[in-house]
Design a protein around this ligand. Sequence first.
Ligand code: FAD
Length: 465
Amino acid sequence: MTAFTPLTPEIIAQLVTILGEANVSTARADIDLHARDQSQHAACPAEVVIWPQESRQVADVLRLANEQRIAVTPWGVGTGLEGNSIPLHGGILMSFERMTKIVAVHADDFQVTVQPGIGHKDLNEQLARYGLFFPPDPGANASIGGMLANNASGIRTVKYGASKDNVLRMEVALADGRLIHVGSRSVKQSAGYDLLHLFVGSEGTLGVITEATLKLVPVPTFMSAVVATFPSVNAAVETVVAVRGSGLDPSALEFVDAAHCAMLSQTEGIDLEERPTIFMEFQAAQEDSLAMGLEIVKEICDEMGALSFQSTTDHAARKKLWHARHHSYEIMVRSHPDKQFFINDVAVPISAYPELIAFVEDTRRERGVPSYMIGHAGDGNVHVEFPYGSPDEYEQALAVNSLIVMRALELGGTSTGEHGVGIGKARYMLAEHGEGLNVMRAIKQTLDPNGILNPGKIFPDGAEH
Ligand SMILES: Cc1cc2nc3c(=O)[nH]c(=O)nc-3n(C[C@H](O)[C@H](O)[C@H](O)COP(=O)(O)OP(=O)(O)OC[C@H]3O[C@@H](n4cnc5c(N)ncnc54)[C@H](O)[C@@H]3O)c2cc1C
């Protein structure tokens, strides 16, 4: 494992030369603000926080850090849920909060080129005037760099794909200070190794994204939101599989358990029954086809034993529903002030989803471990949220979580559908990838031989080489 060099006044002075004094801070407040993300993992302070404003500065800092053997952890806006951006080995915390420009809108090509620090919600606000949007939609206003580095998804992934499906080209700064371009603006690309997707999902451990060209889609003309409730969790998740199999192409298909529904009713003022529920969204270019689709969805839900079915095309009602869904995790956390939470995000092929959910239900009941469930069911993805109030409770929850992860792997799935490996899922990487993990180590060794980039993440031993 690399022995990292502690920062000296000389190195800080070199950082100031590269970035300017206003973009380098060793102030306690700045260090503390960047010491942990939104996960349960413990805070860890960097030695300095820097805010580059252009690609060249990023590359120059990396060259310096590589020569001096200093750890560098990229930071988007710190909404990660797996400790991905916690600077475990101190060193430099490289924040992208000041690289937020839209470089170019290529409206005729349905593309936009951005700096990595821009929030996806802020980007979509700017794009509204072109009638376009970037579809991956995690609840938080995550940065584009953080989304690409984690391969984040969201409620609309069931229709539009994850971050990896919506990026065409990136500029990446390598550990040795080289700046490279990966991918191209052509939607078809077949020229050699797919380096673009090597960096997507690499959590800042292989290179630092300094610019990205993203795919956009037109804002849909007609949309409806549907809420259907069911007598059992199984009936709800079987309905998810049936809707996916119907060819109806929902733009969101979410499972929300009874406890979340009760909490959202109380806090968000939406009228939800305390039952296993699915939230859906459908989009269409014509009003008639939207109405026809809704009829079919209602038939499916009725056949599956739905207790209630409500749909709306009203903009304000739809917005309220998705706002509540987006904030459901924060609301859950807020309503348990005496507890901490951790959240898992296993995913399986859609046909195995009911079996996975049944396993979660049985296991948590048998072990007597409290938890809640919500998830991007249309993608076969579930979040089991575990509250805990003591180290013992945390260990019990971790044990149940490990059983769930192993079951997901047996069902052909993954330990993480969207939050990334970070700190907490490193323990599952060998089980998930086997010998493939050694190939990942070899790639890491090639691109970052001194192990300076986001050390301590992804690999189970916390040592990348
Ligand atoms: C309420 C809430 C709801 C959420 N819902 C979802 C959801 O539905 N789906 C989902 O996928 N996630 C969700 N998340 C998690 C989170 O928003 C995502 O993981 C997101 O990708 C993190 O982006 P960020 O900008 O906050 O990055 P950070 O958390 O700051 O960093 C994430 C990772 O990216 C790296 N990184 C950041 N910028 C760069 C860069 N320019 N180059 C290279 N590496 C970089 C960091 O080192 C780190 O490894 C949610 C989080 C919250 C708090």
